[in-house]
Design a binder for this molecule. Structure first.
Ligand code: RM4
Ligand code: MN
Ligand code: MN
Length: 424
């Protein structure tokens, strides 16, 4: 399945007049909007290789036709997304779900679609068939040194796979923790985990980053060894300058102020990567912006302000990734919606009148501060995102092209209905 630039141009031509009218009315109100286009064009979000098929819950899974059956087909799917929106220019791989057996071939295929490789993810939360020792009671925290050694070696192997693809980061997410009080000595578990991470860190190439992701609970329900940003920050501070915290939006206890977490991690120079998704209750892995779009906007306000304060490049200096699972939607449609939601929140954050906000804060004028934020949030920036896509050769309306070209039906014809993608 391949969507050509001629096909995209055909759809764009039909939608052009209406688009130009909408864009003109936006820029008449906000002349600075067009100067943001360069930033929007540069911004890229990595697509997770584990979220291109239908996931499931522990109660069941409802498959879908045309799921990618191997890594090549996954790269092709991500290439399709990037062809449509020009903002999905990277892949994040999970090992061993998606081992690149022939790295040169995979790299070349990704290159054809203009895709780079973002962070590599290790997996010590599941046992694999050929694995000698079990992670049932943890991996890097395990009481048995041999289990820890196996998990350390796995992470080092993941780095090796990533080096061959041009990746520059390793994401470590640990399911380690305990399900019952008394099961674990917290201090000892922390120290064993730290020692294991130190060995992985020592094997990291000089130009790589290690992202340590935290998660409040699940699959362990009493304690998690890297449960929150404080614990992650403690580990990464002890590891060294190449270690950073990764924030996954779904990994907090309800009501957590994620925007404040992001602000402080950035201030400390310890925010490395981001996993976008949305949730109502826990790690729901829903479409970005589907439940709490205002929170997403507030997070982006802190990201933009915090990155600017450190002179960081918005597009390149943090690892922007989606981490999602699709139970009832077509994964590709869901991912198009997620990338769109991220771009919208980013654009709205760029619109915030920061000098005016600083002034309102200095005056303790809370009402004006809220008005300033909400003025940006309530601006319909969709024409701007569409214009950024148009200028980079993408579709004005990616979903319309996807549906108009019956992509899922075509993929189902090519790949059949029985396939099941590896991943969540
Ligand atoms: C975890 C976490 C990790 C992801 C796995 C599949 O909850 O979010 O980032 O790699 O799921
Ligand atoms: Mn995650
Ligand atoms: Mn998660």
């Amino acid at each position: 399945m391949n969507i050509t630039s001629t096909t995209i141009a055909k759809y764009n031509d039909q939608a052009l007049t209406a688009h130009q009218r909408r864009l003109a009315s936006l820029t008449a109100e906000l002349p600075q909007a067009t100067s943001l286009l360069k930033l929007l064009e540069a911004f890229q979000v990595a697509i997770p290789s584990w979220a291109l098929g239908t996931g499931g819950t522990r109660f069941g899974r409802f498959g879908l036709g045309g799921e990618p059956r191997n890594l090549e087909e996954k790269i092709t799917d991500i290439g399709l997304l990037h062809t449509l929106n020009r903002s999905s220019g990277a892949v994040s791989l999970h090992i061993p779900w998606d081992i690149p057996e022939d790295a040169a071939k995979i790299k070349a295929l990704a290159g054809q679609f203009g895709l780079a490789f973002d962070a590599m993810n290790s997996n010590t939360f599941q046992d694999q068939e050929d694995q000698p020792l079990s992670y049932k009671f943890g991996s890097l925290q395990h009481v048995d040194k041999a289990v820890r050694a196996q998990a350390i070696q796995h992470n080092i192997d993941v780095v090796k796979y990533g080096e061959a693809l041009g990746s520059k980061a390793l994401t470590v997410w640990l399911a380690d923790g305990s399900c019952f009080p008394g099961q674990l000595n917290f201090r000892e578990a922390f120290n064993r985990t730290l020692d294991s991470l130190r060995e992985i860190y020592a094997a990291l190439p000089g130009d790589w980053k290690l992202y340590l992701e935290y998660k409040a609970f699940e699959p362990n329900f009493y304690s998690t060894t890297v449960a929150d940003w404080g614990q992650s920050l403690l580990f990464v501070s002890k590891l060294g300058r190449q270690a950073y915290t990764l924030v996954d939006l779904g990994h907090h206890l309800q009501g957590a102020n994620i925007e404040q977490i992001v602000a402080l991690l950035l201030m400390e120079g310890r925010l490395g990567g981001f996993h976008f998704n949305d949730s109502k209750y826990g790690d729901d892995d829903l479409t970005v912006g589907s439940i709490k779009p205002y929170q997403l906007f507030l997070i982006f306000c802190e990201l933009v302000e915090g990155m600017d304060a450190r002179g960081m490049d918005h597009a390149r200096d943090l690892g922007w990734m989606i981490d999602a699972s699709h139970n009832v939607k077509d994964p590709l449609e869901d991912l198009l919606q997620s990338v769109e939601a991220i771009m919208l929140a980013y654009a709205q954050a760029l619109l915030v009148d920061r000098p005016a906000l600083a002034d309102a804060r200095a005056q303790n004028d809370i009402v004006r501060a809220q008005e300033i934020l909400q003025t940006a949030y309530r601006t319909d920036v969709r024409p701007l995102i569409a214009e950024a896509r148009l200028r980079t050769g993408g579709a004005l309306d990616p979903l319309a092209v996807y549906r108009g070209e019956a992509v899922r039906q075509q993929l189902t014809k090519e790949r059949g209905t029985g396939g099941r993608a590896t991943g969540l």
